[in-house]
Ligand binder design. Sequence first.
Ligand code: 2HG
Ligand code: ZN
Length: 452
Amino acid sequence: MSDLEDVLRGVVGDQHVLVDEDLKAQYQTDWTRRFSGEARCVVRPADTAEVAAVVRACAEAGVAVTVQGGNTGLVGGGVPAGGEVLLSLGRLTSCEDVDVLEAQVTVGAGVTLERLQQHARPHGLDVGVDLAARSAATVGGLVATNAGGIRVVRYGSMREQVTGIEAVLADGSVVTRLVGLAKDNTGYDLAQLLAGSEGTLAIVTRVRLRLVPLLPARAVALVAVDGIGGALDLLAAARAGLPALAAAELFLSEGLDLVRAHGNLAAPFAEAHPAYVVLECAARTDPTDDLLEVLGECEAVRDATVASDVTGVAKLWAYRETHTEAISAAGVPVKLDVSVPLRELAGLVADLPGTVAAAAPGARPIIFGHLGEGNLHVNVLDAGAHAEEVTDAVLRLVASRRGSISSEHGVGRAKARWLPLSRSAAEVAAMRRIKTALDPAGLLNPGVLLSE
Ligand code: 2HG
Ligand code: ZN
């Protein structure tokens, strides 16, 4: 092929520049099958120096770069639009020794969340972020998208775990700040600027992360409630009464029916209920008694089942964590990820079915998510040719309730045109100026986050 591919082969080795269609295929389509685009080639560098050399070569050739981690994203931010070099960071798997004194660790962008958990846990430490895609999602992608997941209620999003970063800028220069000082007020915090920037400002190649105490004793309750009002009453009681609270998740009866049919799961309760909350407590010693006490005192609880053994805990989590795969098995959904202030949550959930039906007659909204943050995953099945109308209607509804059009999955390509619903003109203009300053030629992830 052309000169650029030859230069890239010289940097990463022949076998790590993929040009054959069948080899490129798995990188060009996201796992939900909703986004795909043709990459000029796929390049798999091994370390920061190789990433920098690849970026320099692309910059010289004027060819844009799409950055990909574990390809578990949900907004098309890691697949090409067409013609880009696809930079896959899966080989950046360095794992430095866990620094037990600082409770931090430095790892490469391609390390999966599961591998990182396995690396930290023998030292009595754990990762503050956890999510269902843990076996494939990589640290670089988690940071670039500021991923959330099921522990945000306790430890915050990925951004809160980041204490240092190494990244390659659009001109191929490298910024490295991996000491992880607990206090450091020496100007702009580049690590925090890059967290959540979706690969549009720089390519994250290594990350220093804060670790949290490993809490081996877990108690999980699956709780039936009458609706969102009851779920929020339970959340308030759990926040006030359970210092060990580690997760507070939500799903509704339609989602339960779907995951039960998909996974052949038993009904958790004798009767069906409108809404269900998963509460998890994590501590050094068994937190079950505290959990039972709070459930016993909360009037919103209609029924509850509690587990603290590994198998029982996994069984209860399956009702929540298998939503994504059960939905994907039922069809290709419109996937929206929104958040509103908690006081707006009940109104939003009440309005959603009507809004969806008006945009796409016969469509089925499946609603679940992270209760603690007012973060709903609105997955709409059977929207047919009306995906755009559903997206527009739901995102406008969310904006009218002072919400965010992207709570934890990012904006990607999927929602770039709706960004002004959540960000003022002045904010978007400031973002564009930052983008232009760091990537004047628009080489990194064009079309992601900021529409072209
Ligand atoms: C989750 O919370 C993930 O399970 C995926 O963020 C959400 O599939 C989705 O829409
Ligand atoms: Zn989620």
